[in-house]
Design a protein around this ligand. Structure first.
Ligand code: AMP
Length: 302
């Protein structure tokens, strides 16, 4: 009886029907005009940069961005300069229609959908943006060109969209650290906000790349979050030794079959330098390859 009443009342007004379709921005001039209009009216603009194939992790960033600014622009662009040769640039999952429906439901005022001609009109950028101090550890060891590509495109997206605020997920912790440092060092007029990592109900960190996983790999992938949760449990019970906490994660990863551990690290959350012995805060971060799919996850303690 109760369930029936609930079912009749709930779906009458789907949230999506309340939202206007976002404005589609294709060019730098479109973005500049959008920001100028809102700034002239005294409204602040938040940017949520993504590569599309949206999931609830991305949408949580939009929700956070709406709290931080008056209007939200989402960019959807699979940036070639952050992929090395042999990585998944060509097969990266795409779903423009699905993404636009999700961006609409989430309340984006605009979606920036540039082509590579718009972002790199000369075919490449002669100018580089890099933070060497943060780019020799964790993911940068196996992907040395990744963060310079990210730093370059995000700097361009900040300048193109004229955003006042930009929201990034703590899922990509090293990316967030790099962007914070670029923004500070180059005096970019953007407030960078980090938002919590969003997980599937069974603990797997949401990622557009999860779609690559076969059923067996999807099960094996749980070792990442399970290892991190085990360490988090120990931390909450009073364990403060970084090496023992890291070892707990490693042990769980080693028990899983088939995965190759790219790294399992205990680092300082700000400068990403490895920590050892007694600590009062740390970031445990892992990267594991399951077949061709590389998964990352982390947990911040303290
Ligand atoms: P991507 O589309 O993978 O480039 O990610 C775009 C933004 O979404 C980045 O700021 C990511 O950190 C963030 N993001 C991706 N997955 C998650 C997640 N599971 N939880 C929170 N943020 C995420």
């Amino acid at each position: 009886m109760h369930a029936l009443t609930h079912a009749v009342v709930e779906p009458l007004v789907p949230a999506v029907a309340l939202r206007a379709a976002p404005r589609l921005l294709r060019t730098v001039a479109d973005c500049r005009a959008f920001a100028a209009e809102h700034h002239a009216a005294g409204r602040t603009v938040a940017l949520v940069p993504t590569m599309g194939y949206l999931h609830d992790g991305h949408l949580s960033l939009v929700a956070r961005a709406r709290e931080e600014a008056d209007v939200v622009v989402m960019s959807i662009y699979v940036n070639p300069t952050q992929f090395a040769a042999g990585e998944d640039l060509d097969t990266y999952p795409r779903d423009e229609a699905g993404d636009l429906a999700k961006a609409t439901a989430a309340g984006c005022a605009a979606v920036f959908l540039p082509t590579t001609d718009v972002i790199y009109p000369r075919g490449h950028s002669a100018t580089q943006v890099a933070v060497p101090a943060l780019q020799q550890t964790l993911c940068a060891v196996d992907r040395p060109t990744h963060f310079p590509g990210v730093a370059l495109v995000v700097t361009k997206l900040f300048n193109i969209t004229g955003c006042d605020v930009a929201v990034f997920g703590e899922k990509d912790f090293q990316q967030l650290a790099v962007i914070r440092r670029v923004t500070e060092d180059l005096n970019l007029p953007v407030r960078v906000v980090g938002a919590p990592l969003v997980r599937e109900p069974d603990g797997l960190a949401m990622s557009s790349r999860n779609v690559y996983l076969g059923a067996e790999q999807r099960r094996e992938a749980l070792a990442l979050s399970q290892g991190l949760f085990a360490a988090e449990g120990a931390w909450l019970a009073g364990e403060r030794d970084a090496d023992r906490l890291k070892r707990m994660v490693e042990l769980r990863l080693q028990q899983a079959h088939g995965g190759i551990i790219d790294y399992c690290a205990a680092v300082d959350p700000d400068d990403l330098v490895p920590v050892t012995g007694e600590v009062d805060r740390l970031l445990l971060a892992v990267a594991v390859r399951l077949g061709k799919t590389r998964l990352i996850d982390n947990v911040r303690l303290g």
